[in-house]
Write a protein that binds this ligand. Structure first.
Ligand SMILES: [Fe+2]
Length: 383
């Protein structure tokens, strides 16, 4: 419901923005025929995309970045013109005789281009800097001494596909190798839209090793592409895939339980969906142990309050990809309760944490604006 409302609001805003642009072009002297052609072109894109969703047509994937980039930058352009004209209006009110009375077209175009350039550079910042390594201490009261300082590195939403160059993937691998860890986990959306992307993913990451192992769960993209096909490729590479199942790893006198939940997208393909009961059935938790849950979709955390799920690692939201500094607001917060970062709650089995990883890759638009790519190192600590 919230998502549908968001889509309607998005469409409404798009129409208003195009109307404002047409109005500006008219006032700048563009002919009626030119304006007509502009409007037909600008409005045909969302009409085509909406029809394609309704009729389930195949959509060329390269249309998405073009559409969303056009949307984003026309919105920036219209907002800049509005602020520029409002500024001149206020200036004229305060200084009725002196100062500029009108704005030249050249000044308006220069300002829009200047603001655009700033936004493009800011959006490319993430590409230039590469993924950051985020360190998150997790305090678990009663944790055994044996597990004090246990290190887990989470990598999520790599989306190997159209938007990930070899250079980006090499740099991601180098960042992962820089961090000494006990466990390395991949929490889904390793690939974007085709099964052969899994070969490329494994070529870059398939031979990584955590001290005690590498574990993975699939995300919605793997299920959309071909869940069983991806699972076969991962097992061929010797990676344990934890779909509604768990493994127990002995550390000293204690055990680290790694539990994986199947993503809800499996149900869209007629396969069985997430089952916390099944996933936890082999977990024999004793106080002092650590339980790490891998769940691509963060909303599954709601179904874990009765389980000894101390730390749940999710992804999926990409932190919205577009957000304002410090991510107090981001696009995904409009339709996800757990959008990005660390959440905690008390349950019968004690304190429970959820970390929603912003991931490293891209979906839809190849930009991240105010939301950095990240790999996350969790360090377990007793109280
Ligand atoms: Fe994703």
């Amino acid at each position: 419901m919230r998502f549908r409302f968001f889509l309607f609001a998005l469409l409404g805003a798009y129409v208003l923005i195009q109307a404002a642009l047409a109005f500006y072009l008219r006032s700048a002297g563009v002919s009626g025929t030119g304006i007509g052609a502009f409007l037909v072109l600008a409005l045909s894109m969302p009409v085509y995309l909406n029809l394609s969703f309704m009729k389930n047509w195949a959509r060329p994937i390269w249309l998405m970045p073009i559409f969303f980039s056009y949307y984003f930058f026309s919105a920036v352009g219209v907002l800049t013109l509005f602020l520029l004209r409002a500024g001149v209006g206020i200036h004229r009110l305060l200084n009725p005789v002196s100062g500029p009375q009108t704005l030249s077209n050249a000044l308006q175009i220069d300002t829009v281009l200047g603001v655009w350039s700033f936004f493009v550079l800011f959006a490319l910042r993430n590409r230039i800097l590469g993924p950051r390594i985020m360190e998150v201490p997790i305090v678990l009261p009663g944790l055994s001494r044996d597990l004090e300082g246990f290190r887990i590195l989470q990598v999520s939403d790599v989306h190997v596909g159209l938007f990930e160059s070899d250079r980006t993937l090499r740099r991601l691998r180098a960042a992962i190798e820089k961090v000494p860890v006990d466990l390395l986990v991949f929490t889904g959306d390793m690939i974007d839209r085709r099964l052969d992307e899994m070969d490329r993913f494994l070529a870059f990451f398939g031979n990584l090793k955590g001290k005690l192992g590498v574990f993975a769960v699939m995300g919605n993209h793997e299920h959309w592409v071909d869940g069983p096909g991806v699972a076969a490729k991962l097992s061929g590479a010797g990676w344990p895939l934890l779909e509604n199942t768990s493994v127990s790893i002995a550390v000293g006198e204690r055990t680290v339980h790694v539990v994986g939940l199947t993503d809800p997208a499996a149900q869209e393909r007629g396969e069985s969906g997430p089952s916390p009961d099944k996933a936890f059935s082999r977990v024999s938790y004793v106080p002092g142990d650590a339980v790490i849950v891998l769940s691509h979709h963060p909303s599954l955390w709601k179904r874990l309050s009765d389980m000894p799920a101390q730390l749940t690692l999710s992804g999926h939201t990409h932190g919205g990809q577009i957000g304002f500094p410090f991510q107090r607001w981001n696009l995904s917060s409009l339709f996800y309760d757990y959008d990005v970062g660390l959440f905690r709650r008390m349950s019968d089995s004690g304190i429970q944490y959820l970390y929603v990883n912003p991931g490293t890759g891209y979906f839809g638009v190849p930009i991240r604006f105010g939301v950095r790519s990240e790999i996350t190192l969790f360090i377990l600590k007793g109280a």
